[in-house]
Design a protein. Sequence first.
Length: 147
Amino acid sequence: MKTVFLSLLISLAALAALGQYSVDWSTIDGGGGTSTGGVYSVTGTIGQPDAGAMSGGNYTLQGGFWGIISVVQTPGASLLSIARTTTNTVAVFWPSPSTGWTLQQNTNSVSSLNWSNVTAAIQDDGTNKTLIVNPPTGNRFYRLFKP
């Protein structure tokens, strides 16, 4: 009887010890980039905060996955540029006129062969041709192509 009671007591102690530790949730987020302003700079990579915002004082950090919008310069083409707008969209633009050149996009990589013509409306104010896009959840690359 004493042995059974001792075994039961040891089992209960082991179960109580195991109950003290738990992992409620965990996550590993990917992506990366740098944000600068004034004398401060923040760079994030794997292990960045989960999607959402953290704030304290005058600072806020937006977490989650970061996409890339980038341009690929084509030899002989006009300078293709990108800029963030005040409405949190992105402008892809190049000098006008650029006769014979077509804007193409790719979501895979710069070296991929999967380029396709942009079908969205491109504005032309006589100085620049501009495409306005919403930031993607993934990567997007743009280039000028002359068939």
